[in-house]
Design a protein around this ligand. Structure first.
Ligand code: HEM
Length: 248
């Protein structure tokens, strides 16, 4: 016989109440989700500086680097949020499955939780995308020459790096697909985090759902506009480096 979710984890003196109750775990998922959404919005606003030209984007990137230790604090907070968000999502999901009789769990998986299943798939895809993205632009693992690209002011030429990468239709297509999945993840995630935090009332629920959808679409369109603009030749660079083996 399967035990109910609430009894599967007993609180102990050493555990904080937030970690030891299902409500607490939901709160952690919601609060870390808010931090990650705020990061995504901030990152989008910074990236849109590409439309103001190389100087604006490189100045923005140089400013971020100049924050030194603060940047590392933000990185550590973000990484902690990602780990907690994923860990407690999996924990809650497993508890939910364990709390239901087998027949109901299967029905639930196929029926009412299509959105939830989409959340897990889209969440994992976004995670895979972020790892690829870090390897590409932060660690510069695929094109180590990116590290040597310096603009006239002696700053890292992030503008040239991003535009060169997006000149490859495969890279751009992958980014558009990934930010589409991010949008799907957020369209449900934003509305449900307000519900978890108890801010939503029955009357306000459609407002939060619509709000979540609008924010998710803005985020999707904002990120997707960058590779799209490069592919359309609206944002250009004088770089001649082949962006990927498929293109040249
Ligand atoms: C068109 C879309 C995007 C572009 C052009 C872009 C651009 C960049 C660039 C240039 C960097 C490296 C900055 C530097 O080291 O100077 C970066 C870092 C990063 N990006 Fe993006 N990004 C995009 C989408 C995303 C999305 C959708 C996410 C998350 C879901 C994301 C998460 C990150 C993270 C976590 C970092 C590492 C930040 C750090 O160094 O601490 N990016 N991005």
């Amino acid at each position: 016989m399967t035990r109910p979710a609430t009894s599967s984890k007993k609180s102990c003196g050493r555990c904080m109440p937030l970690f030891s109750s299902p409500i607490g775990r939901k709160w952690i998922v919601a609060l870390t989700g808010i931090v990650l959404v705020l990061f995504v919005i901030g990152h989008l606003l910074g990236n849109l500086s590409i439309f103001a030209g190389p100087d604006a984007m490189n100045a923005y990137a140089a400013f971020l680097k100049s924050t030194g230790e603060l940047l590392w604090v933000v990185r550590i907070v973000l990484l902690t949020c990602v780990v907690l968000h994923i860990w407690f999502t999996i924990t809650l999901w497993r508890e939910n499955l364990a709390a239901r009789p087998q027949k109901y769990a299967v029905k639930n998986e196929l029926g009412t939780t299509v959105y939830a299943r989409l959340m897990r798939i889209s969440g994992l895809t976004v995670l895979a995308f972020v790892l690829y993205h870090l390897a590409q632009f932060t660690w510069e693992a695929f094109n180590p020459e990116y590290k040597t690209w310096i603009d006239a002011q002696g700053r890292h030429d992030v503008y040239r790096m991003v535009v060169t990468a997006f000149e490859c239709p495969f890279v751009s297509g992958f980014y558009i697909l990934a930010v589409g999945l991010l949008g799907m993840h957020l369209s449900h995630g934003i509305a449900s985090l307000f519900q978890t935090l108890g801010i939503t009332t029955e009357k306000m629920r459609p407002v939060f759902e619509k709000g979540g959808l609008i924010v998710a679409w803005i985020i999707f369109l904002g990120f997707a506009s960058i590779p799209t603009a490069v592919l359309l030749g609206l944002v250009k660079t004088s770089s001649t480096l082949p962006a990927c083996p498929f293109c040249h």
